[in-house]
Design a protein around this ligand. Structure first.
Ligand SMILES: [Zn+2]
Ligand SMILES: [Zn+2]
Length: 863
């Protein structure tokens, strides 16, 4: 125990937090594979290494760290790993910008190396922020998806699913970003509103309305509703496509909306998802008018080589010239855009690799997982039910896990590496044996690479110890914490892959956090300049204040608006707690028998309230309701402990009395438990206090298992607290100093209360409790006039009236007569013109009386 005079008056955040961060050892947070304790494995999100650990990450990691620290204290063998999901386009773009090159200017491996170097530097920056925030990460379980140790597992998972028939390649329409020049999955398409023109034109005698005239060259049919009278008997006829001249059939389909435009639509390969549906349904031709760069192909001659935008203008101009463009209307539509670069996506038919999506299996698994908050399961369910296409996993990029496949140049046979030879890059490495089908030994390596979600969707297999075969030894993990923005990607794909590769659901629980909005209520973005960085907050108020903001800012799962006031309030709470702590330490070190029992009412009452707080905080932590946990701790520390208990028991702590030890020990227990309750949320502060109080580290202690039931202490203590608070208010209303002597106070309560003299000391009064009834004598001591009534009603008679009333005997003041006589004149008494002043006496002494429910307090002016 440190002497309190050595405790600085002010809590120096920077000093305390840095000091503990350099004292704590990484090994203390390592998962222990040999441990007999129940395990608690967290499938932590691997962030994209942008170099900037943003506030949304910070919120997510605060939740994870609260859980990790809490579970350790509950006796679990916790694994809080840290992964880095490295692959992807943003890094490629950054490298291209930094070196002024494009990805095709250098060899693939050289380009990858540049991406890797950039990524490693970014990871280092983000690690530093995470350490400054005090997260208890298990750095022995760090993984980096771009390194061979990890991506060989991604490749193994690909081969296994390929062999099991869950992965296939096929020429199929996919969402394609022509700016990023890669296929993307449906989950990566965002929808944004856009105003566009609906163009009505004459299509060989049939009126057609289209928003995509540039796709006219890709038109493969015209569709009408089978019951549309306007087109009766047209089915099977062929129409000549304007400008391009090829013939297309008229088909009927019930999915055509007869109310839209003229009721006839052109089907192009591909304007949207519906085109894909019709194309498949009716076995139509495939005409590719747009290529991977968004440029018009030879099929679109004479517009070949134009961008699709230029082609649209040119075709409309040519239609106008030919006199077939009838009219144009404005149209609001939702257009799919690339999630990375916001370019409108095209649907192109390409040879791609796909993962088969079995919705039922995924939902089956998802139902076995406990979702917090519960309603997030519905998002998963809706997404799974809306999936129409399989998951496109091939990308036409470089910085990604290579697809480990070769094709025999002679016969086209697909050749796979042995799993023990992984990782491989098929564009560099060669098969070890000749083609099993034709014996040739010339191969072409697959150039496509894998979607980065193929890496991250096996994070749970990796952390549970997957060696590439079957169910991992520690599978499933206990919890997956993640944001609601990646339910349809990371959560969905992980559930899919866990089922395919390990045969079960990936985690027992999933905890979904909300997004952080700027102070203006909008998503944080550079253009709104409402971005707040964790470093900015920590620099001013420290990590613990940021962590309190994370815990208390919103209910788990809700979006949370950043608010500096919350951070300031958090920091004030620490100041308040530090003052309480110093006060307590000052008294403890004056010496008190630590084994002395807690005997006095106020002390027992404090322990009852402490026990209730422990139960509340424990229940909240079990349900991941960090806001509820923090609120209960703050209310206890600020109201119960500081405002109520210390104010009442303080006198006894200064007194040289045997009841002093009772108070000291109640306070010692309270501070010890408070430190433990605070440890997961504000680890630095809790450590600083606990170390001074008890020595050792609070993070190696167990979660408090404290219950203290004492109904009488609860009842009597509440009464005492309420009475003292009322009497303090009474003093304040009388303009008395709080420590001014109050005189003789009798508290008449329904039960006998023994407060060990606390009320008297707290009020500086001669206070006694009694179960009797006060013998109150009511006396009329004067009269209060209501001038608002008297003035206007009596005017000149007012003065005489008031004198006459003052002269009335007390019983007439209580029961006013109909009239009074003044200067020989009868004056009727206006209703409500006066009220008698009543005073009370006990045994002839005048007292003030307060009534608090069934408690009556009399205050005598002098003892
Ligand atoms: Zn893009
Ligand atoms: Zn072959």
């Amino acid at each position: 125990m440190s002497p309190s005079h050595q405790l600085p008056k002010n809590y120096d955040i920077e000093d305390v937090e840095r000091r503990w961060q350099s004292t704590w050892r990484d090994e203390d947070n390592y998962f222990d594979p040999a441990s007999k304790k129940p395990r608690f494995i967290i499938d932590t999100p691997p962030p994209y290494p942008t170099g900037n650990f943003h506030i949304g990450n910070a919120l997510n990691w605060c939740y994870i760290d609260f859980i990790a620290r809490y579970k350790r204290m509950r006796g679990y063998n916790v694994m809080f790993p840290q992964g880095w999901d490295c692959h992807g386009l943003p890094t490629e773009v950054k490298v291209e910008e930094t070196y002024g090159i494009t990805k095709n200017d250098v060899p693939r491996e050289k380009f990858r190396e540049m991406c890797r170097d950039l990524t490693l530097g970014n990871i280092e920056k983000m690690r530093a922020t995470m350490r400054r925030l005090g997260f208890s990460t298990d750095w022995s379980h760090e993984y980096i998806t771009m390194l061979p140790d990890y991506y060989k597992k991604t490749q193994a998972s690909f081969l296994q699913m390929l062999k099991a028939g869950d992965i296939y390649q096929s020429e199929h329409p996919v969402n394609f970003c022509t700016r990023c020049e890669t296929a993307i999955a449906f989950a990566e398409v965002n929808y944004a509103p856009r105003t566009t023109k609906l163009n009505y034109f004459d299509f060989d005698g049939v009126e057609i309305a289209t928003t995509r005239p540039e796709l006219l060259a890709a038109c493969v049919a015209v569709a009408v509703h089978p019951e549309d009278e306007r087109y009766r008997g047209m089915k099977g006829k062929r129409l000549s496509v304007p400008i391009f001249g090829h013939n297309v059939p008229i088909i009927e389909d019930v999915a055509v909306d007869p109310e839209f435009g003229s009721g006839a639509v052109m089907i192009c390969t591909f304007g949207d998802k519906t085109d894909v549906y019709w194309w498949k349904q009716h076995g139509l031709d495939l005409r590719k008018a747009v290529d991977r760069q968004g440029v018009m192909t030879a099929t679109a001659a004479p517009y070949t080589g134009m961008s699709s935008e230029d082609c649209r203008k040119a075709i409309l101009a040519d239609m106008e010239k030919a006199g077939i463009l009838k009219r144009q209307e404005e149209l609001e539509q939702r257009v799919g855009t690339c999630w990375r670069c916001k370019t409108p996506i095209e649907i192109l038919s390409e040879r791609q690799w796909f993962v088969r999506v079995h919705q039922d299996e995924i939902l089956d698994s998802a139902r076995k997982i406990s979702w917090t908050p519960e309603h997030m399961f519905t998002r998963m369910e809706n997404w799974a039910n809306s999936m129409e296409w399989d998951w496109c996993i091939s990308r036409q990029r470089i910085f990604a896990t290579p697809i480990p496949v070769w094709f025999c140049t002679a016969c086209g046979e697909m050749v796979l590496p042995a799993e023990e030879d992984l990782p491989i890059d098929p564009t560099v490495d060669k098969p070890k044996t000749p083609c099993p089908k034709c014996g040739a030994s010339d191969f072409t390596g697959e150039k496509d690479v894998l979607d980065t979600w193929m890496d991250s969707s096996i994070s749970v297999l990796h952390v549970t110890g997957w060696d590439g075969a079957g169910k991992p030894p520690l599978f499933p993990a206990q919890i997956r914490p993640q944001g609601h923005d990646i339910i349809r990607t990371w959560a969905f794909y992980t559930i899919l892959r866990a089922k395919a590769l390990a045969g079960g659901h990936p985690w027992d629980e999933i905890l979904v956090n909300g997004m952080v909005l700027g102070e203006d209520g909008f998503k944080m973005s550079k253009s709104r300049s409402n971005i707040i960085s964790p470093e900015e907050i920590v620099g001013q108020y420290g990590a613990d204040a940021l962590r309190q903001w994370g815990a208390g800012g919103a209910a788990t799962g809700s979006d949370i608006m950043f608010n500096w006031n919350d951070v300031v309030a958090a920091s004030r709470f620490q100041t308040k707690l530090w003052n309480i702590f110093r006060f307590v330490m000052g008294h403890l070190e004056k010496g008190a028998d630590p084994d002395a029992p807690v005997t006095e009412l106020t002390d027992r009452w404090l322990l009852v309230r402490l026990s209730e707080t422990v139960a509340e905080v424990t229940a909240a932590m079990e349900g991941y309701q960090f806001d509820r946990a923090l609120k209960a701790i703050r209310e206890f520390a600020w109201n119960t402990l500081a405002d109520d208990y210390i104010e009442i028991a303080k006198g006894r702590l200064y007194a040289d009395d045997s009841s002093r030890a009772s108070a000291c020990n109640a306070l010692r227990t309270t501070m010890d438990i408070l430190c433990r309750l605070l440890a997961p949320i504000i680890p630095h502060f809790a450590e600083e206090c606990y170390h001074n109080l008890a020595g050792g580290s609070v993070h190696k202690e167990v979660w408090p298992d404290f219950s203290y039931a004492d109904d009488e202490a609860r009842r009597h203590g509440d009464l005492l607290v309420k009475t003292v608070a009322e009497l303090r208010r009474y003093k304040h209303d009388k303009g008395m100093a709080l420590n001014a002597p109050l005189g003789h106070v009798m508290i008449y309560a329904p039960e006998p209360v023994d407060d060990a003299g606390d009320a008297g000391r707290a009020l500086n009064a001669d206070a006694y409790w009694s179960t009797g009834t006060p013998r109150l004598e009511e006396v009329v001591s004067g009269v209060d006039f209501n001038m608002a009534v008297i003035g206007p009603t009596l005017r000149k008679q007012a003065r005489g009236f008031m004198q006459a009333v003052e002269a009335l005997p007390p019983e007439l003041l209580k029961n006013p007569p109909a009239a009074v006589t003044a200067d020989g004149e009868e004056i009727p008494v206006p209703p409500g013109s006066f009220t008698p002043k009543v005073a009370y006496r006990v045994a002839g002494e005048e007292v003030d009386v307060l009534t608090l429910g069934d408690v009556v307090v009399t205050i005598g002016h002098q003892p």
